[in-house]
Design a protein around this ligand. Sequence first.
Ligand code: F6P
Length: 389
Amino acid sequence: MENPPHPPSSPHISLPKSQRIGLFTGGGTAPGWNAVIHGATREIRRNGSEAVGVMEGWAGMLEQKRLIDLQSLSAREINVLLQKGGSVLGSSRTKIDPKNTQQIENMKRTISEYQLDGAIAVGGDDTLGQAAQINDLRVVSARDFFNGVPKTIDNDLKGTDRTFGFETAVQQATEQLVHLTADAEAQRRVAALEIMGRDAGWITLYAGYVGGADITLIPEFPIPEVALMERIREIYEKRRQETGAGFVLMAVAEGYEGVEDATQRDAFGHAKKGGAAKAMLKKIKAATQYETMEQVSGYDVRSRPPLAQDAIFAAELGATAGHLSSNGVYGRMVTLRDGHITHIPLSEAKGGRIVDITHYDPELMRKRDLPPAIARALLESQRQLQATV
Ligand code: F6P
């Protein structure tokens, strides 16, 4: 992460040196949000520009909720941000239609009253997608106005190899799995921990692996029920014979088998997921007669302070965005590529980076032991061998 940001690849209009830059956070919480604000604010100030915080994401950009003076934060106040969960700027899931003239007029008024030269949006593909659209349509400014920092604990954004908050979420879910094991073993039960991950199973995959789950179920790989029940019986009985204590530990992504509450949708139409573990255990009990227990890991995975590595990563992303913005470069998303922080066009901020067969073994129902590149080569040679017989 030590390389400086690459020079902007696209020409940009030269702007006054000192920029007044609005920072805002949108979408679901991710540990490290405040660390991004730490990094961006310090870098913006170091460059002689000015950082201000716009409250509650896009809602604040439309309605001028409140402006936070990041400029006069003391060194201590700014350092505390590195280890603080949540976001001091608050968040919202406000949907913007760049063709809605009223919304755009409101945003222009906010920009003018806050005297912003540009803004840094810290959010997922919904938040950043809107920023990219507004940039591209030139509806609030004749040039790009927003930069983006990708955020989601789900780690499912294309364009970046990893998102901040993911490692912290994995750690929290891992600890919950380890704790649940003790109870499941003592009670001789099939236990399932349901873990966040609406569309992608990354957190469940990694936490399941490290936390010792016997079976990991993720939305990308629905497992045939017969095979699943067989595997559960096999693990339970083998353990009972070997140790006297039959039990099975499962990590289940909340989006597994698409169990959702369609009555609860956010502004972007995403339904609340939940109930996957409960639904699965009901089937397991009916099929195997084993006692079951379920736990939902819930918001804990995204509420705790970031792990040190996540805080450093987030702060470096923030500093890079602050560096670009205070040099008048907009329309970029800072990103991790091949181990280095760099930046790409903001329009490349998209969701949909899901777990594939090089990471997950559907037969063993868990993360592969081999790293993806080696697994890919192995799968390919197996495929070629099968094609020849
Ligand atoms: O940030 C993504 C995520 O954590 C998903 O895994 C989850 O389904 C969603 O947020 C829930 O967020 P909220 O309850 O705030 O809508």
